[in-house]
Design a protein. Structure first.
Length: 102
């Protein structure tokens, strides 16, 4: 199941606004992972993905930003979900996070 951000996607007029939106979405995703898996997501991979989003979409305007962020967001989340299922199981049945460095 693809996770949907629990915050509205506002049109970002600047890198700062886009970054703030990304931070709220990241916090929401972390809570989602903790609630449903008991494991921490790969913070480094996720942070790097959003840095790329800021650079990639800052020059776009209007609804293009919202549409592309939604598409890219779901692509990144899907990749992280696949990575999560490759994590080794611990003795208590939870998965250990794998730190990904870029």
């Amino acid at each position: 199941m693809v996770w949907q951000p629990m915050v509205p996607l506002y049109i970002a007029d600047s890198v700062l606004q886009l970054t703030r939106i990304a931070e709220v979405m990241l916090d929401s995703y972390i809570l989602h992972c903790l609630d449903f898996s008991g494991a921490h997501p790969t913070y480094h991979a996720f942070g790097a993905a959003f840095l790329l989003l800021v650079v990639k979409f800052v020059n776009l305007q209007g609804s293009q930003i919202e549409l592309l962020i939604c598409q890219e967001w779901n692509r990144v989340v899907k990749a992280l979900e696949l990575e999560f299922f490759r994590m080794p199981l611990r003795d208590d049945g939870l998965r250990n996070p794998i730190t990904t460095n870029f």
